[in-house]
Ligand binder design. Structure first.
Ligand code: ADP
Length: 190
């Protein structure tokens, strides 16, 4: 299975990616997690990304595309992958098409997790209290507002982009976690 999960911060992409990873032998590729690991390890990438992430902006496309190119070239993704947090811009989506062509891989679907924006602040505040090792630097209201604005301006256009490719499926992300998983499996036919 090769899919992209699309949706605003707090939609449940990471939660669903982990469930699907366990059940369907596809690797979760979370660009947010890759970046947070780099920040924690204080690598060159981490030092570059730290402040950008904390304020809720996007890390530059060329940096992100390089990360995903390297990751998709690794052996463990050959059985399948769930992209969580990438692509986030049209430029990233176009670059991904090129990368997948080079690797002779085809996407099965892009799953959009639809949620009402009004609930996102509450969800993220809750996540901030539940995260092991303390809240993420960007799980606060100010950064979340910025991330939502960035989502609307730069990531939401991907919905139309993938509709045009005929690969978009939408699910209701307001339902309980198990129900969302079931709906994703249903639209994917797995
Ligand atoms: P969420 O979806 O909850 O906002 P993520 O863990 O996916 O969080 O991403 C956290 C942050 O990492 C983003 O706000 C952004 O700064 C950075 N980031 C992650 N993926 C990308 C990407 N594909 N392009 C640019 N920046 C990214």
């Amino acid at each position: 299975m090769r899919i992209i999960l699309l949706g605003p911060p707090g939609a449940g992409k990471g939660t669903q990616a982990k469930v699907i990873e366990d059940k369907h032998k596809a690797i979760q590729l979370s660009t947010g997690e890759i970046l947070r690991a780099a920040v924690a390890a204080e690598t060159e990438l981490g030092l570059k990304a730290k402040d950008i992430m904390a304020r809720g902006d996007l890390v530059p496309d060329d940096v992100m595309i390089g990360i995903v190119r390297d990751r998709l070239g690794e052996d463990d993704v050959k059985t399948g992958f769930i992209l969580d947090g990438f692509p986030r811009t049209v430029a990233q989506a176009e670059a991904l098409e090129g990368l997948l062509d080079e690797l002779d891989m085809k996407l099965d679907a892009v799953v959009e997790i639809q949620v009402d924006e009004g609930i996102l602040i509450g969800r993220i505040e809750k996540r901030a209290t539940e995260t092991d090792g303390g809240p993420r630097a960007d799980d606060n209201v100010e950064s979340l507002k910025k991330r939502l604005a960035v989502y609307r301006e730069q990531t939401a256009p991907l919905i139309t982009f993938y509709q045009g490719r005929g690969s978009l499926k939408s699910v209701d992300g307001m339902a309980a976690v198990d129900d969302v998983t079931r709906e994703i499996e249903e639209v994917l036919g797995v």
